[in-house]
Design a protein around this ligand. Structure first.
Ligand code: NAD
Ligand code: DEZ
Length: 391
């Protein structure tokens, strides 16, 4: 890239764009879901989130030389095609893994489902599943892990065994081909193996679970608890399924501010590493710091915020409920569930309502920004909250 300034086309939902990329040239913000090739006519860099399908249809004939997705998932990128064209691409592995793990514990808190004494099953043990496994081990909670690419995992088990556990957490990517496809990995047969009284939490990609099969099972009154953050056919999700799940959220498990900013920052770092854009940055418009600015919001976040920095006593004074109530002061997924249910009943078509909720998502900070403030807790509860990231 030899232009003095780059043209950077970006999904308008990417935070800190100006801070992280403003020094490189002109920023054009667009709705990610509807990006067109025409809009990329002058683009050198394309920055997306998971809702933009990046493939030949979008990019052929455009000057785009770098594609950055500020997300963990990559199933929306045709990476084979990008590589064959010599277009650099990068995603942001692990950027919001902690946010997803916190979502899992928050969902269990919301269900008042004490994790102590339960056995967990994890499907997909990468950055998210691996972090969950690490937390569970620290909490002394047994887990079984199904990840066909990690046979040496100390908790490795087959899928059937994982589905027999008390809390089953799905964190596999969407993979359609190869030796271990995950598309509809949980179909009617697998879902039928889940025990009554178990909790199923799906926070990887929607189509890992056959949604129609799940709907049929729930219609027949199966007695396991279901938490869905991800859905087939997002954003136009099945509203009947939404009615039947216990907690349903609009694909926001990874939406902590920390996670989103980490995604943006990682893509700037990947761009710098690629060598594309660095020279331009040097000769481009004078910047107040470029990468330093990029890290500013990150540094700010490392301090506890003034107002919401404390999880205070809640009136619930004993048992798991006391600990759960504290966590729910920080993040309560039932509020996201409520917003989704209200939106589903509203005037907007489901797809638009789903996207709107995601676009207007309230600021959510991770547990590490909070301190426990004088709540009555046992030593065990305090140590558990510390493992989860609170002081
Ligand atoms: N709900 C959300 O907001 C949210 C947030 C972040 C990530 N995600 C999704 O979660 C997925 C996992 O995230 P990650 O950071 O752990 O990714 P990762 O790439 O670090 O790990 C994925 C793991 O899944 C394993 N895997 C691949 N195919 C599998 C299969 N068929 N069965 C079981 N395991 C399989 C891989 O071996 C790998 O260990 C992402 O791909 C993304 O789609 C969702
Ligand atoms: O893959 C990811 O990182 C997550 O699924 C991410 O949180 C999705 O958010 P989106 O890109 O759709 O805004």
């Amino acid at each position: 890239m030899t232009k003095a300034e780059l043209t950077i086309v970006a999904d308008e939902n990417i935070p800190a764009l100006e801070d992280c990329f403003g020094d490189l040239g002109t920023l054009v913000r667009l709705p990610g879901r509807d990006m067109t090739r025409e809009q990329l006519r002058d683009a050198d860099i394309l920055l997306v989130r998971s809702v933009t399908r990046v493939n030949e249809a979008l990019l052929a004939g455009t000057p785009v030389r770098f594609v950055g997705s500020c997300t963990i998932g990559t199933d929306h990128l045709d990476t084979g095609w990008l590589e064959r064209q010599g277009i650099h691409w990068s995603a942001a592995p692990g950027c919001n893994a902690n946010s997803v793990v916190e979502y899992v514990f928050s969902a269990l808190a919301a269900l008042n489902h004490d994790w102590n004494g339960r056995r967990f099953g994890i499907v997909g043990c990468g950055n998210v599943g691996g972090l969950l496994q690490k937390r569970l081990r620290a909490l002394d909670i047994p887990c079984a892990v199904y990840d066909p690419w990690l046979p040496d995992n100390p908790d490795a088990a087959d899928l059937d065994r994982v589905l027999q556990q008390d809390v089953i957490c799905l964190h596999a990517p969407l993979v359609k081909g190869g030796p271990h496809p995950s598309l509809h990995m949980l179909g009617a047969e697998q879902l039928a193996r889940i025990k009554d009284g178990a909790v199923l939490i799906s926070a990887g990609r929607g189509a890992v679970v056959d949604n129609r099969a799940l709907l049929e099972l729930l219609r027949r009154g199966r007695q396991f608890t279901t938490v869905l953050d991800v859905w087939e056919n997002e954003p136009d999700i099945d509203t009947e399924l939404l009615e039947l799940v216990d907690i349903g959220t609009p694909h926001i498990a990874g939406y902590s501010l920390d996670g989103k900013l980490a995604g943006t920052r990682m893509i700037r770092e990947a761009l710098d590493k690629s060598g594309l854009g660095v020279a331009v940055g040097a000769v481009g418009r004078p910047s107040a710091g470029g990468r330093d600015q990029c890290q500013l919001p990150w540094r700010d976040l490392s301090r506890p915020p003034a107002a919401p920095g404390r999880a205070a006593p809640t009136g619930v004074s004993s048992g798991f409920a006391a600990m759960a109530a504290l966590l729910l002061q920080i993040y309560d997924p039932r509020k996201d569930d409520q917003r989704l249910r209200v939106a589903a009943e509203g005037e907007l078509p489901m797809a638009r309502a789903f996207d709107q909720l995601r676009r207007d998502y309230p600021e959510r900070l991770e547990f590490s920004h909070y301190r426990i403030d004088g709540a009555v807790l046992t030593e065990l509860q305090r140590s558990q909250l510390k493992i989860l990231g609170l002081e």
